[in-house]
Ligand binder design. Structure first.
Ligand code: ZN
Length: 256
């Protein structure tokens, strides 16, 4: 049985979604931790033991020492491959399917939103669906090499020119995709409701989108373990597990 905690806040959130003309969601690492994926910017997860993130997961580090990058990302790639979308991902997909959510902006590279069925997804930090040759820019589905990479650890290479394949994730020191960022900024500007789920809003520029939305008059709903800088401007702020709260909001919308 669902806990009665936050009942009032959940009802209020559902009412805001019902009234909204254009609601968008912004998600971060916290929405995937219930799927067993560590926040890869969090120093406490073990992913950064013995490695310097700027050295390993930056575009400079990648070009200088690709092996170190691939050694670092290999356990994470294995985790991502076995991870499944959790009830929070499914709730957002359901809300979109029912017309309560127009778009989803995510900082995650794990593709769990699209796997859960979300369709209008802006992945501002890129994704692991494809990889691009750093020599000739040929693009490959990750599917074509991920199995042998996870098992053997060999650096994936371009079938055409032998160049190294870089996953299409945004590394430190790399520009975000202008097209994706513009779409996300446009959604933040045009929305009249923004749900922030599983993000503590510490990584720019995604962290700035709720402020942009609020300045344009949008209501803000926060569902996150920790507080965020924009809590004081939020109509609803629930500090709890996204995998518990989002399905309850989606369920409340169903019965209304
Ligand atoms: Zn190539």
């Amino acid at each position: 049985m669902a806990s009665p905690m936050f009942e009032h806040e959940i009802t209020r959130a559902a009412v805001l979604f019902q009234k909204a003309r254009y609601a968008v969601a912004l998600t971060g690492a916290g929405i995937s931790t219930p799927s067993g994926i560590p926040d890869f910017r969090n120093r406490d997860t073990g992913l950064w033991e013995h490695v310097d993130p700027v050295e390993v997961a930056s575009i400079y580090g990648f070009r200088r020492n690709p092996q170190a990058f691939f050694d670092w990302i290999r356990p994470l790639a294995g985790l991502l491959r076995s991870a499944e979308p959790n009830p929070a991902h499914h709730a957002l997909a359901q809300m979109e399917a029912k017309g309560h959510l127009k778009a989803l902006i995510t900082q995650n590279i794990d593709m769990l939103h699209t796997r859960a069925g979300s369709r209008m997804v802006y992945e501002v930090h890129g994704h692991l669906r494809t990889a691009t040759c750093i020599a000739c820019s040929a693009n490959y589905p990750t599917e074509s090499f991920i199995e042998s990479f996870i098992e053997g650890g060999a650096i994936p290479r371009c079938a055409a020119c032998g160049g190294i394949l870089k996953p299409d994730v945004i590394l430190y020191g790399e520009q975000l995709s202008a097209a994706v960022l513009h779409a996300a900024v446009r959604a933040a500007r045009e929305c009249d409701l923004m749900l922030v789920a599983g993000s503590s809003l510490t990584v720019a520029p995604a962290s700035e989108l709720p402020m942009l939305a609020a300045m344009n008059g949008a209501g803000i709903i926060i569902v996150n373990d920790d507080t965020t800088y924009i809590d004081s401007r939020a109509s609803v702020a629930i500090h709890a597990d996204v995998a518990e709260i989002l399905p309850r909001i989606a369920a409340e919308l169903e019965v209304k």
